[in-house]
Design a protein around this ligand. Structure first.
Ligand code: SAH
Length: 387
């Protein structure tokens, strides 16, 4: 194999830059037949600094590279013009900056764009860009598929495969934003795509660190919302670690009996446990928790439901986001009538709750809430032609 002639990039003590078995304190990233280059995309500032230090460079070089990658979206070491030629060559021998790729895009009549991304392992995940006047929202996925299997959500119908890595979450914003003719100056992020964010709390928190860092994406935490079906044991730690990030809780029913049917997670985390956990969260001033409530015709949209919801949320710093149900092929529910929807919102408002109706966007390309399931081009075309 002629291993002794390979270069070693560790520059560890006793290492003469020729490969000496066992001299390296970390895995070797060797060029050659079995080349494995470490992907820097997805690493935190501290992790990139550590990689640079391990390579024998100053930590601040790591900081520069971190900014190039996330603040400027540069994936080519050669373009990092404030680094010496030698360092750039060193970097490309040891690392890559690799993102998932855009496999398909579907543009809705209302301007919403749904992206199907292909990940390094060949799996797929979706991201949605939702323009609304001056508001530009990116809806991010956190898992491939979703293990929760809520009956009204299309994502639950495909197989749950795995959590997304921080880089796979970060790349969703970068890819979708860079795909636009003019990338918006300010963006809103909602973690409301495929998956349950609090079942991938570590990956989501790591991505949030980079999303909100002024040296990286610099998205204001006030413009970020993480939506959860209410994983009670994660809620407290998550909000302690990310206290300024907006939280939305998917409630969708006012009795355990009904919620058990719609959201199997309710058997583990029933309504009152979820609401009590929300009540206990220390919230920044003027911040409220959003409760999401998708209205399903004749199932959870009665006046009694509205009154029960108002009393469940009594004393909670809450606002309610009433969501019009977005059906999908074979969906077992139907939309509430507009009268039932209006009445529902009126009851909440009369009880002093701020309640608003979330409009559906991107429905013609199956890009609306709860419609993400990695559909093929054909399925989307069929949808468009049936409208
Ligand atoms: N797992 C997370 C985030 C995913 S979905 C959660 O449960 O909150 C984001 C929101 O869309 C949730 O409130 C979800 O319940 C809602 N949703 C799911 N399917 C829907 C559908 N078909 N129509 C409208 N909203 C839906």
């Amino acid at each position: 194999m002629g291993q002794a002639t390979e270069s070693c990039f560790c520059r560890g003590a006793g290492c003469s830059r020729a490969l000496v078995a066992g001299c390296c304190p970390r895995p070797l990233w060797l060029r050659g037949k079995n080349e494995v280059l470490k992907n820097l995309f997805g690493l935190s500032r501290g992790q990139i600094e550590a990689e640079l230090v391990a390579l024998g460079h100053a930590a601040f070089r790591g900081r520069q590279i971190y900014r190039w990658i996330y603040a400027r979206g540069v994936a080519d070491f050669e373009a990092m013009t404030d680094l010496s030629r030698e360092l750039r060559a060193d970097l490309s021998r040891a690392f890559t900056i690799t993102l998932p790729s855009i496999a398909q895009r579907h543009v809705s009549r209302d301007g919403t764009i749904k992206y199907l991304l292909e990940l390094a392992d060949g799996r797929n995940v979706e991201t949605v860009y939702i323009p609304d006047g001056e508001r530009h929202t990116f809806c991010l996925s956190t898992q491939v598929g979703c293990p929760l299997k809520c009956t009204f959500c299309y994502s639950g119908t495909i197989r749950f495969e795995r959590n997304l890595e921080p880089g796979e979450i970060l790349a969703q914003l970068l890819l979708a934003r860079d795909d636009l003719p003019t990338p918006p100056a300010r963006t809103n992020l909602v973690f409301m795509g495929m998956g349950e964010p609090l079942l991938n709390a570590e990956g989501v928190l790591s991505s949030l660190e980079v999303f909100t860092d002024d040296d990286a994406f610099a998205v204001s935490p006030r413009r970020i919302t993480v939506s959860t079906a209410g994983v009670v044991d994660q809620l407290e730690t998550f909000s302690a670690k990310a206290p300024t990030i907006g939280l939305a809780i998917s409630l969708h029913a006012t009795t355990n009996e009904r919620r058990d049917q719609l959201m199997p997670i309710n058997r583990k985390h029933p309504i009152r446990a979820v609401i009590e956990a929300a009540r206990r969260l220390p919230l920044p001033r003027r911040r409220r928790i959003t409760f999401e409530y998708v209205l399903l015709g004749g199932e959870n949209d009665t006046l009694e439901d509205a009154h029960r919801l108002a009393s469940l949320l009594e004393g909670v710093k809450a606002k309610v986001n009433v969501i019009a149900y977005n059906p999908w092929p074979g969906a077992p529910h139907s939309r509430s009538t507009s009268e039932a929807t209006e009445r529902f919102i009126e009851v909440l408002a009369a009880a002093g709750l701020t309640a608003s109706l979330r409009r559906s966007r991107g429905d013609d390309v199956l890009a609306a809430c709860g419609q993400l399931a990695n559909q093929s081009d054909d399925e989307v075309l069929e949808r468009q032609s049936s409208d």
